[in-house]
Design a protein around this ligand. Structure first.
Ligand SMILES: Cc1ncc(C[n+]2csc(CCOP(=O)(O)OP(=O)(O)O)c2C)c(N)n1
Ligand code: SF4
Ligand SMILES: [Mg+2]
Length: 351
């Protein structure tokens, strides 16, 4: 059995959000992943973020590829749209769905194998096109589902469960996403929900390509001494560059923080990202500085987490293509087909 249905009973005292849903309304089936797998903590963070944002589940489309990570959309948002694609093909299917219906919230869930190997070509183009989505890579440095081979994000020298050292150079998806023009780039750790939940909320509110790399230890094949994606290693080497408060447009601002310690960034929908700066030298609105910062700390063996880069004035793919505001799937045949005369005019202009 690959999935287990969850009983629908709710405790009567369970709290409701602004649209009357309990947290349980955002859950999915019972997870069949290994106990302690980091991916389950990420699912819990997604559930928490969507519940707090009071998102109507039918407004979310969750898409994934193949892998333990790509199985997880079955374990959250059970009342949302879902599509499990072929290995590495989530980004193109998500792009097509987004073009057809721009009104949904697109959540792409992938693994380091799914995105950094077979799906690399798909990943880079979805990011550089600025598809309006939250793209989460649940990064454990291995192919968990196929029994723990090194993935392309495994650090050089990192040791496998069988004692073999990885000789290949790693691909850093965070650095790549920044270089490709992603307008929201963050790294989280599955073991730090306090940091991860506001990052996911901010990414959902962001219009454009929001990429989140979440270090997510595989307890079966990559959680031993010598692994740089284990719980112990990340806890010891985590350099949280900032702490994020996400403030929704209508919510009252109550945080009491000393001026100078905080950077506020307003997003398209009016929500505010309040970044408590732990490292004053990091400016999350300067892409080149953010890339240098991540690289410099990586060279020291540190895993930088937090919101690394954000461009709150970014446009998404629909903005680039100047499409109409109405989703294509709501347009009738007359609006979608301009007619023979218009077509003849376009053809004439190309001759
Ligand atoms: C076309 C194709 N090639 C290879 C596979 C075998 N395969 C299944 S999952 C996987 C890697 C999964 O790794 P990752 O995306 O990191 O997910 P994880 O299991 O680690 O969460 C591979 C190679 C496949 N299913 N389809
Ligand atoms: S094999 Fe690894 S990635 Fe897959 S469910 Fe188990 S712990 Fe998670
Ligand atoms: Mg993996």
């Amino acid at each position: 059995m690959t999935w287990i249905a969850k009983p629908k009973l709710h405790h009567p005292t369970l709290g409701c959000n602004a649209i009357g849903f309990t947290r349980r309304d955002y859950e999915g089936k019972i997870s069949t992943l290994c106990a302690g797998c980091g991916h389950d903590s990420i699912s819990a963070a997604i559930i928490h973020a969507c519940w707090e944002l009071a998102i109507e589940p039918h407004r979310v489309a969750k898409l994934s590829g193949i892998g333990c990570s790509s199985k997880t959309p079955d374990y959250f948002l059970g009342q949302s749209h879902g599509f499990n694609t072929v290995h590495g093909r989530m980004p193109s299917v998500l792009t097509g769905a987004n073009l057809a219906n721009r009104d949904l919230i697109y959540l792409g869930v992938s693994g380091d194998g799914d995105s950094a190997s077979i799906g690399m070509g798909q990943f880079v183009h979805a990011i550089r096109r600025g598809v309006n989505m939250v793209y989460i890579v649940e990064n454990n440095g291995v192919y968990g589902l196929t029994k723990g081979q090194f993935s392309a994000t495994a650090d050089q020298g990192s040791v496998s469960k069988k004692g073999v050292a990885n000789s290949d150079a790693p691909i850093d998806l965070v650095g790549l996403a920044m270089q490709l023009g992603a307008s929201f780039v963050a790294r989280g750790f599955s073991g730090d929900k306090q940091q991860l939940v506001p990052i996911i909320k901010a990414a959902i509110a962001h219009r454009g390509a929001a990429f989140i790399d979440v270090i997510s230890p595989c307890v079966a094949f990559n959680n031993h001494a010598g692994s740089t994606k284990s719980y112990e290693y990340v806890r010891e080497h985590n350099d949280a560059v900032n702490r994020l408060d996400f403030i929704e447009p209508r919510a009252e601002i109550t945080a009491d923080v000393a001026p100078g310690d905080v950077v506020e960034v307003e997003q398209h929908d009016g929500s505010v990202l309040r970044l408590r700066k732990l490292d004053a030298s990091h400016d999350p609105t300067d892409r080149v500085a953010a890339m240098n910062y991540v690289n410099a700390h990586q060279a020291k063996g540190e895993v930088v987490t937090g919101l690394l880069y954000v461009d709150s004035a970014a446009h998404d793919l629909h903005g680039h293509l100047n499409t109409v505001a109405a989703p294509f799937n709501t347009l009738d045949a007359k609006a979608l087909c301009p007619g023979a005369a218009t077509l003849a005019k376009i053809n004439a202009s190309l001759r």
